[in-house]
Design a protein around this ligand. Structure first.
Ligand code: UDP
Length: 323
């Protein structure tokens, strides 16, 4: 049995990861300040003897140090995520993503504990070198456009994690999550799949930003947390950066149409210009596809769920959890 400590444990990915680890016979301690995570996400876990949740901030360093001390492996998921949140609360995003990771790495280093650092496909920025490989260039826009602070803050997290690995021999693994979706993800911070499903279930319209020609690859959270778990147990992953995502591409307009066909063909599409949806001068990624060669070669991982299955799962979940 391994004792895992998960920051951001009450978030969407954290709650699914906790469930998997407990199913695999491990112990999970979760820390979350419930800023975007919720108690509802972890309701089903709270009676388990193999689970403990603490509601606190990463900035409570004494508590954080205790949690890290008790753990065998630290999985740092706590972050401000979602482009809308980033545009609306840039100070909080930068501080949470940079300071939080710095504190987690510092204490893990003191206690010599293995750390998994969650990063994001956002770090590739507007690179057009597709599919994105882990050793490819990151192409980030100007500092006058707030959205790039997210990519930049997570890139700094990666640098800091790898610096701890090289300089202090701390075992770290960096995972770059591409668009991850599934039950319990909230659309409140902009994530497109739960937003479109909610909009369709409530009769529409579905808000497509831009012309809808931008594309994404959506990966089911169950596949993503399986990869994180497998990486956490693999010595060869240490010191590495791994893309984690699906390669099944869909345009955002295509996504809207698929959800409409599944939920209610009468639902309309409303096109919203980017300037109105986010902020003036907003730049979106036109295309985002991961190369998954690196993780496949190391642990044989590939996603098992198709976009159709993912959408069915999210629609069923949202139907049962309306309101
Ligand atoms: N999007 C959209 N309508 C919405 C929310 C998002 O058209 O109501 C678009 C968004 O502009 C982006 C894509 O859907 O092109 C994915 O957005 P999300 O925030 O889910 O993830 P991102 O890939 O931007 O990190």
């Amino acid at each position: 049995m391994t004792r895992y400590f998960i920051t951001g444990g009450a978030g969407f990915i954290g709650s699914h990861l906790s469930e998997l680890l407990i199913r695999e016979g491990h112990f999970v301690e979760s820390l979350d300040d419930l800023s975007t995570g919720t108690v509802r996400n972890i309701e089903q876990l709270r009676n388990s003897e193999k689970y403990r949740h603490v509601t606190a901030s990463l900035c409570d360093e004494a508590l954080l140090a205790e949690c890290i001390d008790r753990a065998d492996v630290v999985i740092h998921l706590a972050a401000a995520v979602g482009v809308m949140l980033v545009v609306e609360s840039p100070v909080r995003t930068i501080e949470t993503n940079v300071t939080g990771t710095e504190i987690v790495l510092r204490h893990s280093s003191k206690k010599r504990k293995k750390v998994m650092i969650a990063s994001t496909s956002e770090v590739y920025g507007k690179s057009t070198d597709l599919p994105f490989r882990e050793d490819g260039d990151l192409v980030i826009g100007p500092t006058t456009h707030g959205r790039w602070s997210y990519a930049c803050s997570k890139a700094l997290d990666e640098f800091l994690a790898l610096a701890h690995f090289h300089e202090k021999k701390l075992p770290v693994v960096v995972t770059r999550f591409f668009n991850t979706v599934g039950p319990r993800q909230t659309g409140r911070y902009g994530m497109v799949v739960p937003r479109f499903v909610r909009q369709a279930l409530s009769g529409g319209p579905i808000t497509v930003f831009g012309d809808g020609g931008q594309s994404r690859c959506f990966c089911d959270v169950s596949d993503v947390v399986r990869a994180v778990y497998q990486l956490s147990t693999n010595e060869k992953a240490v010191g590495g950066v791994f893309n984690l995502g699906s390669t099944e591409e869909v345009t955002i307009l295509g996504l809207a149409q698929r959800i409409i066909a599944k939920v209610d063909p009468k639902v309309q599409i409303e096109y919203v210009p980017y300037d109105k949806a986010y902020e003036a001068g907003f730049e979106d990624m036109r295309k985002r596809v991961p190369s998954t060669d690196k993780i496949r070669n190391l642990i044989g991982w590939k996603p098992t769920k198709t976009l159709d299955e993912i959408l069915d799962r999210v629609i069923a979940y949202e139907r049962n959890h309306e309101g």
